[in-house]
Design a protein around this ligand. Structure first.
Ligand SMILES: [Zn+2]
Length: 321
């Protein structure tokens, strides 16, 4: 599902101006979540039990407050009265407080309030004395999320990239591959900047799968989000039907490049999903350090064309047979 050239142009123009946000068009409407804020478990979280036992699947939207495609989907499902035929379905709006600040004029600003919600899932942090809007929210949602057998975490992307599924544990690889959409599954140990929700779920021996469904504010991103989330419910028996078999491929991250200098620059505007054929190809320069591909046929996972010291700039991955 390639992004349009318009999106790429906007991203590159934004790169040139030094602010990635306002250049990108917002082509989808942020839903009114007021009917769902109270929840029926805790604030912003809805849970429905089927009469027949089965796994507990939690679908999480708004882990990042500006990634609204998942919220559009959960709003649609709640309005439609979607219920599982077996097991338990939880629909969770994670960072509601950040989402409250979403503004199409500056749509990147509402990713989080005080810290990245998807970097706080470390037991020491969760159990510790630290305080932030995101830590408070994570502590509220933690019991519900920890009771899930499967967590599907719905995200979207700023920089041009093919959609993909990210998993942090081997157990989740098989499940992600069986979804069949998007066709690329990337097994990725995570970020230096902190642990993700899927890492925490994986550590509990459950299945954590993160969907990066495409560009943040495009209609096709919402469509893919729905396809993947429905397949996850079918795959786990919460909805009737069968998941179509499709050819997926697995790539494992071989190295994660964390920027060290403010002048980190890519050699060219790579897009996520690019495969660099030859080992040793220059990809970026970080201060004095040249970043080169570590092996042939190196998959570039979500290059962040504008990054900052301490943040993940790109991941290199190798295709598995
Ligand atoms: Zn995200």
């Amino acid at each position: 599902m390639p992004l349009s050239d318009v999106t790429l142009d906007h991203a590159l123009a934004a790169l040139a101006t030094g602010h990635p946000g306002p250049g990108l068009p917002v082509r989808i409407a942020a839903p009114d979540l007021r009917p769902w804020v109270d929840g029926n478990v805790v604030r912003g979280a809805w849970s429905f039990d089927a009469p027949v036992p089965g796994p507990h699947v939690a679908v999480v939207a708004l882990n990042h407050g500006n990634e609204i495609s998942g919220a559009i989907l959960l709003d649609r499902w709640l309005r439609a009265g979607l219920r599982p035929v077996a097991g338990r379905l939880s629909l969770i709006f994670a960072n509601l407080d950040a989402y409250a600040g979403f503004a199409p004029e500056d749509p990147t600003a509402s990713r989080f309030l005080e810290q990245d919600f998807n970097r706080v899932w470390d037991r020491d942090l969760l159990d510790g004395a630290g305080r932030s809007s995101e830590l408070r929210r994570a502590r509220v949602l933690r019991p519900l999320l920890e009771s899930a057998d499967v967590v599907l975490d719905l995200h979207s992307m700023l920089w041009p990239s093919d959609p993909l599924l990210l998993v942090g544990s081997q157990a989740a690889e098989g499940m992600a591959l069986r979804l069949g959409a998007p066709p690329l599954v990337v097994s990725d140990p995570g970020h230096e900047a902190g642990r993700r929700l899927i890492d925490h779920i994986g550590q509990l021996g459950r299945h954590g799968v993160l969907l990066e469904a495409g560009s943040h504010w495009e209609r096709e991103t919402v469509a893919l989000t729905e396809t993947v989330a429905l397949r996850m419910l079918v795959l786990n028996g919460l909805l009737p039907g069968a998941v179509p078999t499709a050819a997926s491929c697995l790539a494992r991250v071989t190295s994660t490049i964390t920027a060290r200098h403010a002048d980190f620059r890519f050699a060219r505007p790579f897009r996520g999903g690019d495969v660099v054929a030859v080992a040793g190809t220059l990809v970026a320069v970080d201060g004095e350090l040249e970043i080169r591909t570590p092996h042939d046929d190196c998959l570039l996972v979500m290059p962040s064309l504008r990054t900052a010291p301490g943040l993940t700039a790109v991941r290199f991955a190798k295709f598995m047979d």
